[in-house]
Design a protein around this ligand. Structure first.
Ligand SMILES: Cc1ncc(COP(=O)(O)O)c(C=O)c1O
Length: 374
């Protein structure tokens, strides 16, 4: 047997891979309402920008792209941040282009945490952060979230903390940023030297008249941290793999350095499509948000205790004795079990609103039966 580097052995079970395998193994008649894979395609003008660019046979399009990305893409994200979130960014120093925020969240751990230092991760929180911590050889410490999504800072360690990951609107807890939470995070960072990594993947998906709130809109944020933004959710471009890290110039520079060593840039037609998405008409962003909000209304009306202020997920308590396994085996409906998101997720489940209406209706009917004990 070939020796395995400890980096590989440290990796936790990939929650979504094993969940999907369990759901597929249960058979074709299962309705899967657990999986967050956007079901509305990207805007047509974005697809056209990709295709138009790909038709150009020159090396400028099909050769190696500039490693750190086209300047115009970075200007486009800066323009969007200014107009939508009221945040001014320097495209040259404060914006890094990455193939999706999954890559970003791993690379941020690599460029921020020395081996053995701590990274605080929200509990409940997005399981891919665990993989990032493991790859960096850092220590995973749970940052417990109270019921309103606010971190319990007083219970958190303050020594050797390299980074704190936060995520609002939150997956899976589906809460929007509680008021003052970013100020609290900045104070924690100033006192401990930790970097703040805010995952804004669902930034535009907030409901009930809330406005999207960027971490970088708060004074002092860019001195202590960065924000990850993704085209996956706002534009339905999950498969395209496009994301950004914006904010602290030193952290952005480290990401750009890492990218020179392990990525070699992003296909130019994808970058042209990103420009089209970010600078073109934004009506589909609102249509998408409104669609999820309508689905949210249907779901929370049916499931006792269900909650969702943003994201395309609903987080709800499971009644005593109603488990993921029973839902799957007896009721033929799959949700994402809460314990996979951390100890605080035990007894909860996540339902995805990125589910086509017909499947959502059927999944909801099956869940209603299960939760009613029928
Ligand atoms: C909280 C959170 N962060 C990051 C990601 C990764 O998004 P991307 O498609 O940009 O890699 C997801 C995807 O589901 C997510 O839910």
């Amino acid at each position: 047997m070939r020796p395995r580097p400890d980096r590989i052995d440290r990796l936790p079970e990939q929650y979504f891979t094993s969940l999907l395998a369990r759901v597929l193994a249960a058979g074709p008649d299962v309705i899967d309402v657990g999986r967050g894979n956007p079901d509305v395609p990207p805007p047509p003008h974005v697809v056209e920008a990709l295709v138009d660019s790909a038709r150009d046979p020159t090396t400028a399009v099909h050769g190696y792209p500039p490693f750190a990305g086209l300047r115009r893409v970075k200007e486009a994200i800066a323009e969007r941040y200014a107009s939508v979130y009221g945040v001014e960014l320097d495209p040259d120093r404060e914006v890094a282009l990455l193939p999706g925020t999954t890559t970003a969240l791993v690379e941020l751990a690599l460029v921020l945490a020395a081996r053995g230092t701590r990274i605080l991760l929200p509990d409940p929180g997005y399981p891919d952060y665990n993989s990032a911590v493991a790859l960096a050889g850092a220590e995973h410490v749970a940052l417990q979230l109270a019921d309103d999504g606010r971190p319990e800072w007083d219970a958190a360690p303050r020594e050797h903390v390299a980074a704190v990951y936060l995520n609002y609107p939150a997956n899976p807890a589906a809460v929007a940023a509680p008021s003052g939470v970013f100020e609290e995070a900045i104070a924690f960072a100033e006192q401990t030297g930790a970097a703040i990594v805010h995952d804004f993947a669902y930034g535009d998906l907030v409901f009930d008249g809330r406005r999207p709130e960027s971490f970088l809109a708060v004074d002092g944020a860019r001195e202590v941290g960065v924000e990850m933004f993704s085209l996956s959710k706002s534009y339905g471009m999950a498969g395209w793999r496009l994301g950004f890290v914006v904010g602290n110039a030193e952290i952005v520079e480290r990401l750009n350095l890492l990218q020179e060593h392990n990525r070699s840039g992003i296909f130019v037609p994808l970058q042209k499509a990103a420009i089209a998405a970010l600078t073109g008409p934004q009506d589909t962003v609102e249509e998408r948000r409104a669609l999820y909000e309508r689905r949210r209304d249907r779901v929370v009306a049916e499931i006792p205790g269900a909650r969702c202020e943003g994201t395309f997920f609903v987080w709800f308590p499971l009644l005593e004795g109603v488990t993921f396994e029973r839902l799957l085996a007896e009721h033929r409906v799959a949700v994402a079990p809460g314990e996979g998101f951390g100890a605080r997720g035990r007894g909860y489940a996540r339902l995805s609103l990125a589910t086509a209406d017909e499947a959502l209706d059927e999944g909801l009917a099956r869940l209603r039966h299960a939760l009613a004990g029928e």
